[in-house]
Design a protein around this ligand. Structure first.
Ligand code: PPS
Length: 258
């Protein structure tokens, strides 16, 4: 009983400046806040479930000139450590509806995050921003507003999906690399959903079931644009669109999928 209570307490999200975060992140907040980047550090800043793993693998493949073997040297969480896990941004945005669906399934299978409840319940939690790492709207709007003031490359999941080679080329230029067409084509192929789903260095198959239970929902779940249409009711969609309009008012950001 005491153990169960301690575990539940650990799973409860706590807040830093109004943003719900995992307890271990909150406990180490000073250290995280004091992180000093080196001039050539590349930070990947994604809202959860926006394609973090995808862009991590793309960046690593570019860095290593498309050398598949080198990119197999360690699991992706070790090749690109998460700063908020008390160790070390490129914002990548994915439309809010697909993010919500992906996040819902992730919370079902991730035993370290609060239980998402039913889809109807989760819909309310997500739109109120009471999910881990906070509000989708604040994250996306915030990065979009400052993108021209700093050296930031803003990417959209939907664009990478539609034209991976073009977007990978943008990342390559941002990184100051110059790879030939054959290498680029190889990176496109190696970072496709189908390939990554089978790659143990990125598909989280090495994480114990007690943490990520992939029998409930795989980490590499669908990898598509528009899966929200299989989840949202017509009423939820109307309500969502109205809230989206209010929250994103004044922002010039445009998503191809909404
Ligand atoms: N290569 C490739 N192509 C297309 N889509 C991909 C790819 N790799 C990962 N994904 C999909 O990205 C979703 C997971 O997002 P994240 O990696 O940001 O998750 S996490 O926040 O790090 O847990 C999750 O989306 P859903 O399938 O909609 O759940 C993954 O399937």
């Amino acid at each position: 009983m005491a153990l169960a209570t301690a575990l539940e307490a650990q799973l409860q999200l706590r807040e830093v400046a109004g943003i719900p975060l995992q307890a271990s992140t909150v406990d180490n907040w000073n250290q995280i806040q004091n992180f000093e980047a080196k001039p050539d550090d590349l930070l990947i800043c994604t809202y959860p479930k926006s394609g973090t793993t995808w862009i991590q693998e793309i960046v690593d493949m570019i860095e290593h000139n498309g050398d598949v073997e080198k990119c197999q040297r360690a699991i992706i969480q070790h090749r690109h450590p998460f700063i908020e896990w008390a160790r070390p941004p490129q914002p990548s945005a994915r439309n809010a509806k697909d993010c919500m669906v992906s996040y819902y399934h992730f919370q079902r299978m991730n035993q370290m995050l609060p239980d998402p409840g039913t889809w109807e319940e989760y819909f309310e939690t997500f739109i109120s921003g009471k999910v881990g790492w906070g509000s989708w709207y604040d994250h996306v709007k915030g990065w979009w507003e400052i993108k021209d003031r700093y050296q930031i490359l803003f990417l959209f999941y939907e664009d990478i999906k539609q034209d991976p080679k073009h977007e990978i080329q943008k990342v390559m230029q941002f990184m100051g690399k110059n790879l030939d067409e054959t290498v680029l084509d190889k990176i496109v192929q190696e970072t496709s959903f189908e390939k990554m789903k089978e790659n143990p260095m990125v598909n989280r198959s090495t994480v114990p079931k007690s943490i990520l239970d992939q029998s409930i929902s795989p980490f590499m779940r669908k990898g598509t644009v528009g899966d929200w249409k299989n989840h949202f009711t017509v009423a939820q969609n109307e309500r969502f669109n109205e809230i989206y309009r209010q929250k994103m008012e004044g922002s010039s950001i445009h998503f191809t999928e909404l």
